[in-house]
Ligand binder design. Structure first.
Ligand SMILES: *[C@@H]1O[C@H](CO)[C@@H](O)[C@H](O)[C@H]1NC(C)=O
Ligand SMILES: *[C@@H]1O[C@H](CO)[C@@H](O)[C@H](O)[C@H]1NC(C)=O
Ligand SMILES: *[C@@H]1O[C@H](CO)[C@@H](O)[C@H](O)[C@H]1NC(C)=O
Ligand SMILES: *[C@@H]1O[C@H](CO)[C@@H](O)[C@H](O)[C@H]1NC(C)=O
Ligand SMILES: *[C@@H]1O[C@H](CO)[C@@H](O)[C@H](O)[C@H]1NC(C)=O
Length: 953
């Protein structure tokens, strides 16, 4: 709909109206200069800290030092050629950004919700002596504003947007799109009254394409401040063909209460035609904005009658845009009022099929005067609906950036666009809420000083890795209050003090994995702090003592056991539990926290399991029995059979390891029994049995795991293994990863079981387990391990890949098709043909997100690469699997029935989708540089240039 703004109502006598308007406008002018806030004029690239007052405009310019990171970009001067007309002073210096994909100026102290005219000034002037004209993108915060295309080295390009600023600061970012080094000469912010340019609001901005002063008396004069109190730049329109007549007046054409307040200096001139029957036809280029970013265009036409017409004459004309009549109503025509600052503008954006805007003004049959027009503005309307990262997260991470002087690419919004996410951060994107920061990896970043308290403000962070830095001081307890935090890695720092109580609690309940190895001054148990060396010496002594004591205890136990066995019936279980206190724990010194493990007697086990009645399963170690503790807690009791070839050493190895390890995705040990020749381990009971049974469909409910359940199980298993690899010092390699060693509880939460074959990665610690026998299960064994006999964490990754394939296909590790074939070969053959349907478990009935399945299959194949170097790490896997899970989540509620074809990039209603690349990357910190469809479109956009030679201001 187009809103006509016809001439003033005649109800009020014109003279009175004019007086009123004059009064109002002078009041408004005062408002514009006081209440609205101040002009901000920034001369980019000016050395030093002190600004200046520009002689011509009388405006005060600041250097941009306070608006940008200290090390961002470099300063230059344009090279002034002889014959170059004098330019505004602010255009002579340049800040250019040869480094970094995105560089931003941040302008703070704004009034949130206020409307601003924001303008970037660009004049290349061969400042770098290379004579290469760049093209780059300009962003307003996270929203693409325009593409700056420098086509004339000495032509000033002004990018202007009218914006409602959502926060108290705004960022203007230059994005390197691979077509030359971005640079900027100046940045101007001019507060506007909120009623001006009503189409600019919180969710949409107006980007200037043309603002022309028609019929100027001097075509070399550009009107701006102070003639225009809002400092808009009105470019003089040069009528090269001299087809139009020009009219002007010396009388002021004041503002009235309109929506645009075109300055009098602009309104005092107009173009017209010589002959009443001739029409004015004006053609302007609209550029070529990508349709999905552009909400349309708007026109603002400014009219004022400049001649006092005799009463028998009439100036009345039709307005056509690209051939379409614009006005409706009484006469469908417009009559400018005498010295009346009138306008006609689009009430809503229009679309244009052509790249030209054609304005035609035709006198009506009644009209005795030809049409006139004083000024015209054309804008494109862009969406500013994309919101940046959660403000709380932004302020916390910005503080952290300041505390540690992080440079990297930490500029602009931390999470958007995804092509320039801050290095080390992982963000989570949802449709209706701002992105949040979920993971931070600042390891090996040479951080020093105290642990910043701002980390405790990152409410959404799940994974925080600050390992391998030089952090000092104590660990703030506030960090333990972060609700989402599941992993905090502080290892290899110089922290001191003790582990705060909040952490102890969260470690005990399994909700947080705290890693703090190699902090020599950190006290990790209740003992007073001592230098590391003394302590490790002490630990050795304790180990020796413990070994001696253990031997004695065992001898005593053997004697005792013989006695007790005779009186077995007489024995009652009366809370006479022997809790192991120091034995297993001291050995591991500061690498773990002391967690209580109960020591059972054989008799207790006998009662718990009701004479070893219910067998849950059988492993290499022996039978596993079901038991119930006195407090009703169900347990699994793994009793070593006498024929077991897992000896005392392995038993002790497993007991020791289990004592150390607590993680929500590892089966928890409750206690153990070393009672004469009887050895047993007591675990939490996993009622849903193992994953193999569920995949095979033998589960109790007869149902079939959904894709979501499968992915969740995969992720949780990966987390358990990741903990073994990275949470334990030295790392532990599970020697038999397979679906029967992944157990499920009633919530179908996965936990890794059977550490009987685990072996500490470090050679120093292998006293208990022999290394030279190949262990593992056919179908799961890493070929490289088989060849070298050297297991590695990547051997687990290989076996885990097989588990993933079982989850996808529902088939066992070795299947009969009809000849026996490994699941890896089987899946590879089909996936190579793109046959995902032939691979995926048909029992899921097609109810899965194809993108998510494909991505998981890609991950599985990557895990089962022959060369271990090619395989991802467990940490990578956790990140990747989480993304797979999110893929499924994104789909929820969007289309549950349609099975979309697999594409690398997903798009849809989600405003973040276009930015989000689902391309699999294998470094967890590696930000995908893949160009999404939208990014490509961005680079096709063109810029409204007003580069008709250097502009005088
Ligand atoms: C601006 O003013 C300063 C001193 O007030 C003067 O030295 C300089 O020549 C002036 N520049 C121009 C371009 O008028
Ligand atoms: C630019 O010119 C000014 C003086 O005209 C000078 O002080 C400044 O150092 C120059 N900057 C660069 C980067 O050469
Ligand atoms: C930049 O402008 C030039 C000339 O106007 C044009 O040929 C070129 O395609 C533009 N480049 C981009 C990336 O828009
Ligand atoms: C901004 O204006 C557009 C078009 O008039 C409208 O659809 C949108 O809801 C407005 N946004 C706000 C926040 O008012
Ligand atoms: C105006 O146009 C009419 C018809 O085209 C023509 O007869 C007349 O001479 C023109 N007048 C002037 C002043 O050019």
């Amino acid at each position: 709909m187009e809103l006509p703004k016809p001439r003033a109502s005649t109800a009020m006598p014109m003279a009175r109206l004019l007086l009123l308007c004059l009064a109002t406008s002078s009041v408004l002018e005062v408002v514009a200069q006081s209440n609205l806030g101040r002009f901000i004029s920034i001369d980019c690239g000016l050395p030093g800290q002190t600004g200046y007052v520009d002689n011509r405009s009388t405006l005060s310019y600041a250097t941009d030092a306070a608006f940008i990171d200290a090390n961002a970009g470099s300063n230059h001067n344009i090279s002034v050629q002889s014959g170059t007309p004098t330019l505004p002073k602010s255009l002579y210096s340049v800040r250019s950004f040869p480094d970094g994909a995105r560089n931003c100026h941040t302008i703070g102290s704004l009034e949130s919700g206020l409307k601003y005219l924001i303008r970037g000034d660009f004049l290349y002037g061969n400042y770098d002596g290379l004579n290469r004209l760049p093209v780059f993108d300009l962003y307003l915060g996270v929203n693409l504003w325009t593409t700056v295309n420098i086509s004339n080295p000495y032509g000033a390009v002004y990018a202007e947007a009218i914006v409602v600023v959502p926060d108290d600061s705004v960022q203007v970012c230059l994005m390197n799109t691979g077509s030359g080094t971005p640079f900027i000469n100046g940045l101007d912010l001019r507060p506007l009254k909120n009623k001006l340019y009503p189409l600019a609001n919180e969710t949409q901005a107006l980007v200037l394409l043309h603002r022309l002063n028609l019929g100027p008396t001097d075509t070399s004069i550009t009107i701006s401040y102070p003639d225009d109190p809002y400092d808009r730049i009105w470019t003089p329109y040069v009528d090269a063909t001299q087809q139009w007549g020009e009219i002007s007046t010396d009388v002021e054409v004041p503002y009235n209460a309109d929506n645009f307040e075109a300055p009098s200096a602009v309104m005092q001139t107009a173009i017209t035609t010589q002959n009443v029957s001739d029409s004015i036809e004006l053609t302007l280029d609209l550029g070529s904005f990508p349709a999905d970013l552009l909400l349309g265009y708007i026109q603002v036409l400014h009219f004022a009658e400049l001649k006092k017409l005799p009463s028998n004459s009439l100036r009345q004309f039709y307005i056509y845009r690209n051939g379409a009549l614009q006005l409706s109503g009484l006469e469908n025509a417009y009559t400018p009022g005498y010295l009346w600052n009138g306008d006609f503008y689009s009430g809503s954006p229009f679309q244009s099929s052509s790249s030209d805007y054609i304005l035609t003004l035709n006198a009506t049959p009644k009209s005795t005067m030809p049409p006139i027009i004083n000024a015209i503005e054309i804008f494109s309307v862009i969406s500013t609906a994309l919101v940046g990262t959660d403000l709380n997260d932004v302020s916390a991470i910005t503080e952290i950036k300041g505390d540690y002087q992080v440079s990297k690419n930490w500029m602009g919004d931390p999470c958007i666009p995804t092509s320039v996410v801050w290095v080390g951060l992982t963000c989570s994107y949802a449709v209706s809420t701002p992105p949040i920061i979920t993971s931070i990896n600042m390891s090996f970043s040479a951080l020093d000083g105290l642990l910043s308290s701002s980390f405790a403000n990152l409410r959404n962070v799940q994974y925080l890795n600050l390992s391998n830095n030089n952090l000092i001081g104590s660990i703030p307890d506030a960090l333990s209050q972060l609700p989402s935090l599941t992993l905090l890695d502080l290892s290899n720092n110089k922290l001191n003090g003790s582990i705060p109580p909040g952490f102890l609690k969260r470690i005990q309940d399994g909700s947080l994995d705290l890693r703090y190895g190699n902090n020599p001054n950190l006290c990790t148990n209740s003992r007073a702090c001592q230098p590391a060396q003394v302590r490790s010496k002490r630990a050795i002594i304790i180990v020796a003592i413990v070994v001696v004591i253990t031997v004695i205890v065992m001898l005593v136990a053997v004697l005792l056991f013989c006695v007790l066995r005779r009186n077995k019936k007489a024995l009652k279980l009366k809370n006479e539990r022997t809790t192991s206190t120091s034995t297993a724990n001291v050995i591991y010194g500061d690498s773990s926290l002391r967690l209580e493990n109960r020591r059972f007697t054989y008799n207790e086990l006998d009662i718990i399991t009701t004479n070893f009645q219910q067998v849950l399963g059988k492993g290499g170690f022996g039978y596993v029995y079901h038991g119930i503790l006195e407090d009703g807690v169900q347990v699994a009791v793994k009793l070593r059979s006498h024929s077991s070839n897992q000896g005392v050493k392995e038993f002790i190895a497993e007991a020791q390891i289990l004592t150390r390890i607590h993680h929500k995705n590892l089966v928890n040990m409750i206690g153990y029994c070393k009672d004469a020749e009887y050895m047993a381990l007591v675990y939490e009971y996993m009622p849903e049995g193992n994953l193999r049974e569920h995949i095979a469909g033998k589960d109790l409910n007869g149902g079939c795991l959904t894709w979501r359940q499968r992915l969740r199980i995969a992720l949780e298993s990966a987390q358990g293994l990741e903990y073994l690899h990275n949470g334990c010092n030295p790392p532990l390699i599970h020697r038999d990863v397979k679906t029967t060693n992944i157990l499920l509880n009633t919530q179908l939460e996965a936990k890794i079981a059977d550490f009987g074959l685990s072996k500490a990665f470090s050679v120093n610690n292998d006293a208990y387990v022999s290394t030279n026998t190949l262990v593992g299960t056919p179908g799961y064994v890493d070929p490289e391990y088989q060849a070298t006999m050297q297991p590695s964490t990547k051997s687990n990754v290989y076996s885990f890949g097989v588990v993933l394939l079982e989850l996808i296909t529902g088939k066992p590790a070795i299947l009969h098709d009809p000849e026996p074939i490994g699941i890896i070969r089987w899946a590879q053959q089909r996936l190579a043909r793109g046959d995902i349907e032939g691979v995926v478990d048909s029992r899921m009935g097609g109810d899965y997100d194809v993108n998510s399945v494909w991505k998981t299959a890609e991950i599985a194949l990557k895990c089962t690469e022959q060369a271990s170097l090619q395989r991802p790490s467990m940490t990578d896997l956790v990140v990747q699997l989480r993304e797979c899970l999110e893929l499924g989540e994104d789909r929820t509620g969007i289309d549950t029935n349609n099975k979309p074809a697999y594409t690398g990039v997903s798009s849809g209603a989600n405003p973040y989708m276009g930015y989000k690349s689902y391309t699999t990357t294998w470094q967890s910190n590696d930000v995908s540089q893949t160009k999404t469809a939208l990014d490509v479109e961005h680079s096709l956009r063109r810029m409204p240039s007003m580069d008709d030679g250097p502009a005088a201001r």
